[in-house]
Ligand binder design. Structure first.
Ligand SMILES: *[C@@H]1O[C@H](CO)[C@@H](O)[C@H](O)[C@H]1NC(C)=O
Ligand SMILES: *[C@@H]1O[C@H](CO)[C@@H](O)[C@H](O)[C@H]1NC(C)=O
Length: 357
């Protein structure tokens, strides 16, 4: 190869890497400083100290919280402690989360719960809880039946593994054994994960799963994360954490999804919660991704809760409802509302609840 050609190639590669480095700093928002925004009457949920990554609230005010996620590259205060699912009755005056028991036969020693979702069977009011699990950093979907009468046991019904679901982040239940899941090809492979993250390849997708059929339903996300369904069940919302967006997808009869629009936010969008009364989307966001990915207890990651109203209109209203620099709560991954109260969950830290006004 001629010297000039070689020089040109090196130049092109350096320019490409330089451009990617600049984009990466935008994607994780390296430089973001925080203006705090407080809410009245904030308390921690007692007993939750090692994460509250996702929160699911049933119409009757019972909430499930996934806790103790172990995820490659993500900090944990208790890397050897099995994960838990907490139950919380939001109708109580003083909130007391209880760690749920599991039916015998389910291996809790490797339990590492991530996104969760519920489905209620209208025929008999059976509550199914779907949990993304990462035993040994792999991915399984665990389906439980929640039995309130049987002293709050999660009865394990089945474990789902599938080649199209190598690395699931979050899911939304569609029936007793069907769901959409956000999925990434490479998080478990250290090198490939960094290549993918650094270069910003759009390698994450949404997969439709049912017992009859499993297929990709949408693709082309930088890093698809939280997923939720609109109150009329016609649309699916997908959070893209590193592009700071929510994609609205229309759900079709055959379960395929077609993109409708993309809404830009100013935070790294983690999990999504749809308020069943208003249809508003509540987001747990990361103001500064660098502090989340490179944990330093002296300069911890902050937390940010954002509400999106009227996402289907031409002018959605985007409001940062709560912002904290990590002095109170670190690394918010989800937010959920019930009866004028806001719950804030985190990747590896505590859980907070506040009055909304
Ligand atoms: C990054 O943070 C700044 C505030 O420092 C904010 O204005 C900007 O919108 C953020 N960028 C993105 C892409 O989130
Ligand atoms: C974070 O906020 C608290 C209270 O608002 C403040 O006392 C502290 O100095 C802030 N920390 C940083 C690192 O900005």
């Amino acid at each position: 190869m001629g010297a000039l050609l070689r020089l040109t190639l090196v130049g092109i590669i350096l320019a490409f890497l330089g451009e990617r480095a600049v984009r990466l700093s935008q994607r994780v928002n390296f430089t973001r400083e925080i203006e705090p925004k407080e809410l009245p009457n904030c308390h921690f949920l007692e007993g939750i100290e090692t994460g509250s990554e996702d929160i699911e609230i049933l119409p009757n005010g019972l909430a499930f919280i996934s806790s103790g996620l172990k995820y490659p590259g993500m900090f944990s205060f208790a890397p050897d402690k099995p994960g838990e699912i907490f139950l919380l009755d939001l109708n109580e005056e003083n909130l007391h989360p209880r760690s749920l028991r599991f039916s015998s036969g389910f291996d809790i020693s490797t339990f590492s719960p991530h996104g969760i979702s519920s489905y209620i069977d209208e025929k008999d009011d059976t509550v199914y809880l779907f949990v993304v699990n990462h035993p040994h950093f792999k991915t399984t979907i665990e389906i439980f039946k929640f039995d309130e009468e049987e002293e709050n046991v999660l009865v394990h019904l089945k474990t789902i593994k599938h080649d199209l679901l190598p690395n699931v982040n979050d899911l939304v239940a569609l029936g007793p054994d069907s769901f959409y899941a956000t999925n990434d090809y490479f998080y478990h492979d250290f090198t490939m994960r960094h290549v993918e993250r650094f270069l910003g390849f759009q390698w994450t997708n949404v997969v439709y799963y049912s017992t009859n059929e499993v297929r990709e339903a949408a693709k082309g996300f930088d890093s698809a994360n939280g997923i939720a369904m609109s109150t009329d069940r016609k649309y699916i919302y997908v959070a893209d954490v590193l592009s700071h967006t929510i994609t609205v997808l229309e759900k079709h009869q055959d379960w395929s999804l077609s993109p409708v629009k993309v809404v830009q936010l100013n935070t790294l969008v983690d999990n999504l919660f749809v308020d069943p009364n208003t249809g508003d989307i509540w987001i747990g966001g990361h103001p500064n991704g660098k502090k989340l990915f490179l944990y330093n207890s002296e300069d911890p990651p902050g937390s940010e809760v954002v509400r999106v109203q009227n996402i289907h209109s031409d002018n959605p209203i985007i409001t940062a409802v709560y912002i904290n620099n990590g002095s109170v709560i670190q690394g918010s991954s989800c937010a959920a509302v019930y009866n004028g109260k806001l719950l804030v969950g985190t990747v590896f830290h505590k859980a907070l609840y506040c009055d909304l006004e």
